[in-house]
Design a binder for this molecule. Structure first.
Ligand SMILES: Nc1ncnc2c1ncn2[C@@H]1O[C@H](COP(=O)(O)OP(=O)(O)OP(=O)(O)O)[C@@H](O)[C@H]1O
Ligand SMILES: [Mg+2]
Length: 238
C-alpha cells in the first residue's frame, strides 16, 4: 500500500544551523499512528515543522499520498490534509472557544465550519459548555483539547501533534491521550511527538526514536517501549 506520509532524507534547520535534521527518513501508512520520542533538542519539533511546511528544508523529499509537499507553503500543505498542533501558542487566548474553532476552519466554507463546530462540541462537551468563554480561561488540559479540536476542523488525513501532554496533570494527560486514541480509531493518521514516551508508545502503533537529528530506532511501538536499551537511553526507565 502507498504510504500516506513519506519523509526521505530530509536535511534542514534554522538559519546558519541548517542541519538540525541530518537526513531523516520515516514513513506512515494511512490511518496509522506513530509516536516520535527522543531527548530534548533531538529535532522532534523541527521535523514536525518541516512536514507542516513552516521550516524550509535544505534537501530531501516529503510526500503525502505520493504527492510532493516539499516547497509548498504551509497553507498548501494544510489544504492537502495535514493539520499541525504546535508545542506552544496553539490557541488564541483572547478569542472565545467557538471563535478558536472557527479560526481552525478558516480555509473551509462557512456551512462546513458550522457543521464541524457542532460535531466537535458533541465530541468534546466540555468545549461546548465553555463556547462563549475566552480560551485563556480554560485549564491546561482543556486548552490542549481545544488546540486539537481546531486542527480537527479541517478533517485532516494526517494530524501532527507536538507534545500535547506537556505541563498537564496525570489526569488531564490521561483524558487527552484517550481523546487522541479515539480520533486515531476513527481513521485519522497521527504523528505525535511526546516527552511522555511510554504513554505515547502505549497508544501508538509505531515508534520513532530521534536522537541528534537522526532516526536512531523505528519499530512496533510496544516492542520499542519494552526494549531495555530504549528504556535506559531515552525513557529514563530501568
Ligand atoms: N527557531 C530556532 N532557531 C534556531 N535554532 C533552533 C530553533 N528552534 C530549535 N532550534 C534548535 O534546533 C535543535 C532541535 O530543536 P527542536 O525544538 O526540534 O528539539 P526537540 O526534539 O523538539 O526538543 P524538546 O524535547 O526540547 O522540545 C535544538 O538544538 C534547538 O536549539
Ligand atoms: Mg520540541
Amino acid at each position: 500500500m502507498t504510504a500516506l506520509l513519506e519523509v526521505e532524507g530530509v536535511v534542514g534547520g534554522y538559519g546558519a544551523a541548517d542541519e538540525i535534521l541530518k537526513g531523516i527518513s520515516v514513513a506512515l501508512a494511512p490511518r496509522r499512528m506513530a509516536a516520535i520520542v527522543g531527548p530534548n533538542g533531538a529535532g522532534k519539533s523541527t521535523l514536525l515543522k518541516a512536514i507542516a511546511g513552516i521550516l524550509k528544508t535544505k534537501s530531501g523529499q516529503i510526500r503525502l499520498a505520493g504527492e510532493t509537499l516539499t516547497g509548498l507553503p504551509p497553507r498548501g500543505i494544510a489544504a492537502r490534509g495535514v493539520a499541525f498542533v504546535p508545542q506552544e501558542a496553539n490557541i488564541f487566548g483572547s478569542l472565545t472557544v467557538r471563535e478558536n474553532l472557527e479560526m481552525g476552519g478558516y480555509l473551509e466554507p462557512a456551512s462546513k465550519v458550522r457543521t464541524r463546530v457542532e460535531a466537535l462540541f458533541a465530541r468534546f462537551p466540555m468545549l461546548a459548555e465553555k463556547r462563549r468563554r475566552a480560551a485563556r480561561t480554560l485549564s491546561g488540559g482543556q486548552r490542549q483539547i481545544l488546540a486539537m479540536a481546531m486542527a480537527l476542523m479541517v478533517e485532516p488525513k494526517l494530524l501532527l501533534l507536538d507534545e500535547p501532554s506537556a505541563g498537564l496533570s496525570p489526569k488531564a494527560a490521561e483524558f487527552l491521550f484517550d481523546s487522541i486514541a479515539a480520533i486515531h480509531a476513527e481513521g485519522t493518521a497521527i504523528l505525535m511527538v511526546e516527552q511522555n514516551a511510554l504513554e505515547a508508545l502505549a497508544i501508538a502503533e509505531e515508534g520513532i526514536v530521534l536522537v541528534d537529528g537522526r532516526v536512531a530506532r523505528t519499530g512496533e511501538a510496544k516492542a520499542l517501549a519494552a526494549d531495555p536499551e530504549v528504556r535506559r537511553l531515552f525513557l529514563g526507565g530501568h
